[in-house]
Write a protein that binds this ligand. Structure first.
Ligand SMILES: Nc1nc2c(ncn2[C@@H]2O[C@H](COP(=O)(O)OP(=O)(O)OP(=O)(O)O)[C@@H](O)[C@H]2O)c(=O)[nH]1
Ligand SMILES: [Mg+2]
Length: 225
């Protein structure tokens, strides 16, 4: 009896030891694999903390337009060094008229012309075309109901731009449930056939929340003709 008990205990212990050894071996192998082949991806500097500001950089004038509530003012506010705790601004109010924000981004000074998106303001968008280099179109990626309105407003507006300036589409509110992906937004905005440089970036700029895509947007704007 005692012999059988001893044998069973010995067998059970052997199983435990074998499982523990296998787990430890797998963990060590995974650690070595991560170390050798899976380097940590560099996180984007969404707060521009690594930017070295220069004196009197050349300016680039950007027109920021799109439907009301898309997040234009929120997007523009994300540019500039710092504001990591998000306390610099209150919840944005609808823009009546326009705001200009000049921000030193190191090798370039961005002049953002952020114009309101209400129907009245839309009438004025074309007045800003004269002096600007690039156009940013902000769209609320979480609002399917207004995507057709956004597409119509964009394509109507672009007819005024005979210089065919480069266009950056900012698919904002990617943090929201059901936000449309970039390929879908591009299709629904009907920009694939435009005879101009069109780029797109996904962003999120919630008030006081985690921002994303601003670093990517900055790099695109920097390199746009
Ligand atoms: N969840 C979420 N909310 C956002 C985001 N960006 C902006 N908002 C909110 O959307 C609302 C409208 O943002 P604004 O930046 O004022 O939009 P706008 O395009 O400037 O609007 P107008 O000035 O009226 O043309 C505000 O309540 C913002 O806090 C985002 O990425 N995610
Ligand atoms: Mg605004």
């Amino acid at each position: 009896m005692a012999l059988i008990w001893l044998q069973q205990t010995w067998n059970a212990n052997r199983i435990v030891i074998t499982v523990a050894t296998s787990a430890a071996t797998a963990a060590i192998a995974y650690g070595i694999y991560k170390l050798l082949f899976n380097e940590k991806e560099e996180e984007a500097d969404e707060y521009f903390e690594s930017i070295v500001l220069s004196k009197d950089p050349p300016s680039k004038k950007i027109l920021v337009i799109g439907l009301d509530g898309a997040g234009k003012t929120s997007f523009v506010r994300c540019f500039g060094k710092g504001n990591k705790d998000g306390k610099a601004y209150d919840e944005p109010r609808p823009t009546v008229g326009f705001n200009v924000k000049s921000v030193n981004m190191g090798s370039v000074l961005f002049d953002f012309w952020d114009v309101g998106g209400s129907e009245v303001c839309r009438e004025c968008w074309k007045q800003f075309l004269q002096s600007i280099h690039n156009i940013v179109w902000v769209v609320d990626a979480s609002n399917r109901e207004r995507i057709k309105e956004s597409s119509d407003a964009l394509n109507n507006f672009l007819q005024n731009d005979k210089q065919m300036r480069s266009l950056l589409i900012v698919a904002n509110k990617q943090d929201c449930d059901g936000a449309m992906k970039l390929s879908e937004i591009k299709k629904l905005l009907q920009v694939d056939s435009l005879k101009r440089d069109v780029q797109i970036v996904g962003t999120q700029t919630p008030q006081g929340g985690m921002r994303k895509g601003i670093w990517a947007a900055y790099n695109k704007l920097l390199n746009m003709p």
